[in-house]
Design a protein around this ligand. Structure first.
Ligand code: 6R9
Length: 657
């Protein structure tokens, strides 16, 4: 963190970039901010009219009468799929390539906007024929594919609400989401290809459905990807290619209110149960489009590549919706950055002439490491001259990784958009604008126009620049979370807490602004949420999973900084049968790691497992997590441990296996 605070190198956007940019120079940025400041509703109303197609125009921009359940453009009628596909065809882009799909094994296939329309309509018709209606929830459990995007767009076309579950989640996590969302259908694939291997999907769906409470699921639609042998249940399971075969390539969209839920995406919070973040149709789509234009300065000739998975919000906003809504050509990649070797990203940028590349700091750090002793896969060994803009998302990017990305990938010529945002915000919140904002490595710089971000203290009062505090947003914005599915009280408590006055949106991150420039630097989560390789993990979620294991009496989970993954999961465990040592401890640690992998998913596997006869607790019985964080880091304990019930166990917990 020290290096972030002291960072003072400034990189100005290149002159040619500024000249051609949608938001050109800081004066243009300031003018937009001033417009929003002067007439907030007028600003958003103008943008919504200019950017989206409205079947019926809205008459009111923002309804705050039931705050914090804000409503935007509510009486306007629109459809996300129509905006993303049909409208581009009407503009003459029917023959333009919408998606260049590169499979794990390197096979490339492409679809034009016209092709995409046909495929989405066929799927939408098939869904309708199987009884799906507007407002029904559909779980999508697929890997990266054109079919995954078609499934999402087809749901949007008929007003069904999709909930995509990342293909790396376990049967239990999938089951929890199917039940919570009340899904009537699941769309999946037989298997997925990743890094040269085929991994199961459909059998995990079967396992999830067998866990009970999924009676509402009447259809399991299976995309045949690998051809692997999977059992099909008559009356429930159908092949995607069979149900779409005879469907028409046109389909009247369901015209929905701008407030109609477009999707629900589960994310980790500070308590055990994942939160179903509900997004709207109109406001959400507007912001994905605007940020494609502002942050990514998207141009008709661009080849855009966001390396996220459709199972995360980044894949929703910057693969399925934003890029299509602005009519651009994008890459969709099935595989992993290290297969067949760690030069895969650079090879693909060269091959497809990618001009805008958007990835995560974790990926960058792992590729720095891989290429440090293998010149052949170093970005310098590829022709990356097609690139004009880079982006980063998911976690803070450390200045060293920023510099490497800037110099070696961007050839010191491409601006980097370090985009701070969240599942709940729907799109970018704080980011440099590539044709305007001078960049400082490690800082996400300034809020986008219309986003009233600020830093406050624990009572909700503004803090001066230079003092750290709690990141909040002072005014509602169109793409914000609408509620937590099935849990409106939790929505209010999590995001508009009473302690801050009840009107500020609480992001859950700490931040600090530079004294002179006002630039924001995110200092990390202030709640019990970890960020491992850009994936959000609730510590409570992992703790409840561990204590569900028959061997475990008690567990505490903390994060510790990790060079590669940003944060690593560190768990402290008390076993029912006493503290294990030596080989036995190692064996049980492996068992527990696999248990978490099986229960939640491989991304939640702890890196470090330690055993004690007990956990450090205060006399009132609270686990002292702060102390555990110090131990996890391997640092000396300097704080007062006199209130500890049982100081002796600290020595046990310091012992790494
Ligand atoms: C889009 C996405 C959100 C959390 C967020 C913050 C961290 C994301 C960041 C960043 C610093 C950035 N985060 N982008 N921290 N700089 N550019 O990642 O959504 O999975 O919900 O995670 O990720 O901690 O609160 P999500």
């Amino acid at each position: 963190m020290e290096s972030l605070k002291q960072e003072n190198r400034v990189f100005n956007p290149p002159v040619e970039f500024v000249q051609g940019a949608a938001i050109s120079g800081m004066d243009a940025y300031d003018a937009l901010c001033a417009e929003a400041e002067k007439d907030y509703e007028g600003f958003w109303g103008r943008l919504a009219r200019e950017n989206l197609y409205w079947k019926k125009p809205f008459t009111k921009v923002l309804d705050e009468s039931k705050a914090p359940f804000y409503k935007w453009f509510e009486d306007g009628l629109t459809n996300a799929s129509y905006n993303c596909i049909d409208r581009n065809i009407e503009k003459g882009l029917g023959d333009k390539t919408a998606i260049i799909f590169e499979a794990d094994d390197g096979t490339v296939s492409t679809v034009t906007y016209q092709d995409l329309l046909g495929r989405v309509c066929k799927m939408a018709n098939a869904l309708r024929k199987r009884g799906l209606q507007s407002g029904d929830r559909v779980i999508i459990y697929m890997s990266m594919s054109i079919e995954g995007i078609v499934a999402m767009q087809a749901c949007a076309r008929i007003g069904a609400i999709h909930s995509v579950v990342f293909g790396g989640f376990s049967a239990k996590s999938l089951h929890e989401r199917i039940v919570d969302v009340g899904a009537v259908a699941v769309i999946t694939a037989d298997e997925q290809f990743r890094g040269g291997k085929s991994l199961p999907l459909k059998t995990i769906v079967d396992e999830a459905l067998s866990l009970g409470g999924c009676e509402k699921v009447k259809n399991v639609i299976v995309y045949q990807r690998t051809g692997g042998k999977i059992p099909l249940t008559a009356g429930l399971d159908v092949w995607m290619h069979e149900i779409v075969a005879n469907e028409a390539i046109t389909c009247e969209p369901e015209w929905v209110s701008a407030e109609h839920p477009l999707f629900i995406l589960y994310t980790s919070g500070s308590t055990g149960k994942p939160k179903g973040v509900q997004h709207s149709t109109g406001g959400y789509l507007l912001w994905t489009m605007l940020t494609m234009k502002w942050t990514f300065d998207i141009k008709p000739s661009d080849v855009f590549w966001c390396t996220a998975d459709i199972g995360w919000i980044t894949g929703h906003s910057y693969i399925t919706y934003g890029p299509l809504a602005v009519g651009c050509t994008q890459i969709v990649f099935e595989g992993v950055p290290t297969y067949p070797n760690a030069g895969r990203f650079w090879e693909m940028i060269q091959k497809h002439q990618v001009s805008i590349f958007y990835t995560a700091p974790t990926a960058i750090r792992s590729l720095i490491k891989a290429s440090s002793n293998d010149a052949a896969i170093h970005p310098r060994s590829y022709d990356l001259s097609s690139l004009r803009l880079l982006g980063s998302v998911g976690e803070p990017i450390n200045p060293e990784a920023w510099m490497w990305y800037y110099e070696n990938v961007g050839g010191s010529r491409c601006p980097i958009a370090d985009t701070f945002w969240q599942t709940e915000t729907g799109g970018h919140m704080i980011s440099p604008l590539p044709g305007a904002t001078p960049m400082v490595p490690g800082s996400c710089t300034l809020p986008l126009p219309g986003i009233m971000a600020a830093i406050v203290d624990e009572a909700g009062h503004d803090v001066p620049n230079g003092s750290g505090g709690i990141l909040v947003v002072k005014r509602p914005w169109p793409s914000m979370i609408r509620t937590i599915w099935n849990d409106p009280d939790r929505f209010i408590k999590s995001y508009f807490p009473e302690e801050l006055g009840g009107t500020l949106y609480l992001a859950g991150d700490g931040a600090i602004r530079n004294i002179e420039t006002g630039y924001f630097t995110i200092t990390g989560r202030i709640d019990d949420v970890l960020n491992v390789s850009g994936h959000r993990m609730g510590t409570m979620e992992i703790e409840s999973c561990l204590v569900a294991n028959p061997l475990v009496a008690e567990a505490a989970v903390v994060g510790r900084p990790d060079e590669l993954t940003g944060e690593a999961i560190c768990v402290f465990v008390v076993l029912k049968g006493g503290r294990p040592t030596g080989e036995e401890a190692k064996k049980i640690a492996t068992e527990l790691r696999n248990w978490v992998g099986k229960e939640i998913g491989p991304i939640a596997k702890p890196k470090d497992v330690r055993f004690g006869d007990n956990l450090p607790k205060t006399r009132s019985g609270k686990i002292m997590r702060r102390l555990l964080r110090v131990i996890a880091k391997g640092e000396e304990i300097t704080q007062d441990t006199s209130t500890l019930e049982n100081p002796a166990i600290l020595e046990q917990l310091k012992e790494a296996l």
